[in-house]
Design a protein around this ligand. Structure first.
Ligand SMILES: Cc1ncc(COP(=O)(O)O)c(C=O)c1O
Length: 428
């Protein structure tokens, strides 16, 4: 039954019931963590052969490179070729680095901040208060980078096919707007894959700032859950090439959720002009990345097709976890009208919305009963969800039985907080 249509007595009865259920959950002393999108132990174990992909001196050579030694600031050619194929760009447009693409994003912001995005462009730090557009809900660590640099963040609504492009096209008329954060495929946390029209509108943007950049964080580019219905993301770089706007794109990905987050390879892709600029600055910072780890990845995966095939095995572990969450939500919320959620076809998250003003209380109650969720509000700049209704569910790490328990507890918390709110607002 729809909670919004219940009378006071019905709501009071449910409130009592969920208070009791909550108390009994609390007595169980649970310790469950659904706060971050970490691969589960079974997924990590799958890459065991990566650990022995290089075992001798002879293994450390590619055709002409001794990977044990110094050099190659942009990474092994074979690694750049593999990422180029994954991202649909040219190897000369890719730099491969250490295990963290977030690190690469931070470094691109830092270089723009200190040196400017290209020769002749003023550093962002010398241009007064600069701004970034942030599709919301979005990835908290993107927002963390802006916050650390004092870059003002402007919320842009995420719609069903990507960010609200009418708003984006209007906001980039401001020359202080220098960037936008995008997770274009299986978006964190909404699961949205941008439509062809949205990608084309990105390629066609005409920002007032010549140093505006699209931060295209393609973290979930090969992370399908259902291979018979995986959404296709139009290639932004190709669309930009048609219009001569390739310099506007900074693209990122990594093998964090393919091999090991603690020992993967990251990639930064952009126009050759941007790559040349970045390499020149990076060559002062480092003589080269960990090429042995890059080589391990090449030996293990061979190529982009190898990665995609491997991801099918990951999906076998992940699909049941997502399904436990979704099935429980359907079972416990049905048509109650107090919660909405998405059914992702890939990526790492389920996006969950409570009634307005309930999310932080739900997260707090869950925590007090032993279930850690991503902090309410974290999916918005400055940690402020204007409607206090969004929660990000990360089902990848716990086991299915832990997830079953976690979601049942979450549902009780949501029902308890919702009945409390509806009772407080009740009018005869
Ligand atoms: C959208 C997005 N980008 C980047 C990252 C982190 O990537 P990396 O491990 O390569 O730093 C994550 C991790 O959750 C993510 O969700």
């Amino acid at each position: 039954m729809n909670y919004l249509e219940m009378n006071r007595e019905q709501l009071l009865a449910l409130h009592d019931k969920y208070t009791q259920q909550y108390q009994s959950f609390k007595l169980q002393g649970l310790t469950l963590d659904m706060s971050r999108g970490k691969p589960g132990p079974e997924q990590l174990d799958m890459s065991e052969a990566m650990l022995t992909a290089i075992t001798s001196n002879a293994d450390c050579y590619t055709g002409k490179t001794d990977c044990r030694n110094y050099g190659i600031v942009d990474g092994l050619l074979e690694a750049r070729e593999m990422f180029a194929e994954i991202l649909g760009v040219e190897p000369a447009e890719v730099i491969c680095g250490g295990n963290s693409s977030l690190n690469m994003m931070y470094d691109t912001v830092m270089r723009a901040w200190v040196f400017g995005v290209a020769k002749g462009e003023k550093p962002w730090s010398q241009q007064g208060q600069i701004k970034f557009l942030c599709p919301v809900p979005g990835y908290d660590r993107h927002f963390g980078i802006c916050e650390q640099f004092g870059i003002e963040m402007i919320n842009v609504d995420m719609l069903e096919d990507g960010p609200d492009m009418d708003a984006v096209e209007e906001l980039i008329k401001d020359p202080q707007v220098k960037g936008i954060w995008c997770v274009p495929k299986h978006s964190n946390p909404t699961g949205v894959t941008y439509s062809d029209e949205v990608v084309r509108r990105f390629a066609a943007l005409k920002p007032a700032a010549s140093d505006f950049r699209i931060f295209w964080d393609n973290a979930y580019c090969v992370h399908e859950l259902y291979f018979d219905r995986c959404p296709q993301l139009l290639n932004l770089m190709e669309e930009c090439r048609k219009l001569g706007s390739e310099d506007m794109v900074y693209q990122y990905t990594s093998t964090s959720k393919i091999s090991f987050p603690g020992g993967g390879v990251s990639a930064f892709a952009s126009s050759e002009r941007n790559i040349h600029h970045a390499k020149k600055l990076m060559s002062v910072q480092s003589i080269g990345p960990d090429k042995l780890n890059q080589l391990r990845h090449i030996r293990f995966f061979k190529n982009a097709a190898g990665v995609k095939e491997y991801m099918k095995k990951h999906a076998e572990f992940l699909r049941p976890k997502f399904e436990v969450v979704i099935n429980n939500m359907e079972r416990y919320f049905g048509d109650s009208g107090i919660a909405t959620w998405n059914k992702p076809t890939g990526g790492y998250f389920i996006n969950f919305n409570t009634l307005e003003g309930c999310a932080s209380k739900v997260a707090q109650l869950a925590k007090e009963a032993g279930l850690i969720l991503t902090t309410a509000g974290a999916t918005f700049p400055y940690g402020k969800d204007p409607k206090d209704c969004n929660l990000r569910i990360a089902p990848s790490y716990p086991s299915t039985s832990e997830l079953d328990m976690a979601i049942r507890l979450l549902c009780v918390c949501v029902k308890l907080v919702s009945t409390e709110k509806l009772l407080a607002e009740y009018k005869d």
